[in-house]
Write a protein that binds this ligand. Structure first.
Ligand code: ZN
Length: 347
């Protein structure tokens, strides 16, 4: 696995706590862009090329996680969730709390063992507010020396190769797209005849916030959002629910959240699909019932911004680790580059 991808997957950055990911993105984008800045909201924005048209690429850099809410007198830590987390994935997981010195404090997400549950309790799923984090210290006083109320909590970082092109990693949603965005900037020629802005957005998982502020500022003629989407190639998901498969190419999104999210304009849809066909880039089509991306706020910003979405099919998103195929990341890069070149000429 390439070092940049690994660093992004292993880094910590729940919504609003993206500084470390922002640093990695700033360093990586500096090598492939003309300039890089971080705006007031925490978005990292790189610029490359010169010309009449403005093109924006967006990939959110925040991950889902938790924040320390309370420490009880015995040293157990209670938390809130930040972003969409199903409580059922939490019990027994190893987490890391990032303290104000930047140290990572390991903890275990504890719950009452089944032996001690009443028959009634055992039937019900455990809720997150009944769970706690055990960091191995036995008083509130000791815990508060290493952890503060308000510190971010991430799942224990992991990243690696399962088999061939199939990789796994924490925060694949959406660090694999951050990685792809750097590669897109790298592949665009020097002195490209349009201004291309690569924007690593903040706070997507909690209401698509950085996509809104950054697209307002950039005011592009055309935007591409790169994100992950739910792959359906696993037990329990019928093709009619999601036919997306890892390894079959990046997905061109047509409509998100049954229309509550982005409805990609016809001419953008055609532009992207034509770019894929002309360049023989592996792709799939994504029509999704739930879930939306920064695209939803970018395309409704100002007087409306032409926006397309590339989604990388990923298994187990919003869990402590996800599985993806590196070939889909590569096809996302290829299709983003081909679409940008075509958009500059034809839109
Ligand atoms: Zn995402």
């Amino acid at each position: 696995m390439e070092e940049l991808l690994k660093d992004l997957l292993m880094s910590d950055g729940i919504s609003g706590y993206e500084e470390n990911v922002a640093q990695i993105m700033t360093a990586a984008l500096k090598k492939v862009s003309d300039s890089v800045e971080t705006d007031k909201f925490g978005n990292v924005i790189a610029k490359k090329g010169k010309g009449k048209k403005k093109i924006m690429i967006a990939a959110h850099m925040d991950e889902i996680g938790m924040v320390v809410k309370h420490v009880d007198e015995k040293g157990f830590i209670y938390f809130i969730k930040v972003g969409g987390i199903n409580d059922s994935i939490l019990p027994g997981k190893i987490v890391e709390i990032i303290n104000k010195k930047g140290e990572r404090v390991k903890g275990v997400l504890g719950t009452k063992p089944p032996h001690l549950m009443s028959a009634e309790e055992a039937k019900k799923p455990v809720k997150f507010d009944d769970m706690f984090i055990d960091i191995g210290l036995d008083s509130r006083e000791k815990v508060l020396k290493v952890v503060d109320i308000g510190d971010q909590i991430i799942f224990e970082p992991n990243a690696g190769v399962l088999n061939g092109d199939i990789y796994y990693g924490k925060a694949a949603d959406n660090r694999i797209s951050c990685y792809a965005m750097v590669k897109v900037m790298e592949k665009l020629p020097k002195n490209f005849d349009a201004e291309v802005y690569a924007c690593a957005t903040a706070q997507e998982e909690v209401g698509l916030k950085g996509g809104r502020t950054s697209s307002f500022k950039i005011n592009p003629d055309f935007a591409i959002v790169i994100d992950t989407t739910v792959a359906g190639d696993m037990p329990g998901i019928a093709d009619k629910v999601s036919a997306l498969k890892i390894g079959k190419g990046v997905a061109v999104t047509i409509i998100e959240a049954s229309g509550r999210g982005t409805i990609v304009p016809q001419k953008v849809r055609k532009l992207m699909l034509d770019a894929a066909k002309e360049n023989k880039i592996a792709h799939q089509i994504d029509v999704i019932d739930g879930g939306m991306t920064d695209g939803a706020v970018v395309y409704t910003n100002r007087e409306g911004i032409l926006t397309g979405i590339l989604s990388i099919p990923t298994r187990y998103i919003h869990a402590p680790t996800s599985v993806f195929n590196m070939k889909d990341v590569d096809s996302a890069v290829a299709l983003a580059v081909a679409t940008i070149k075509k958009a500059v000429k034809e839109l």
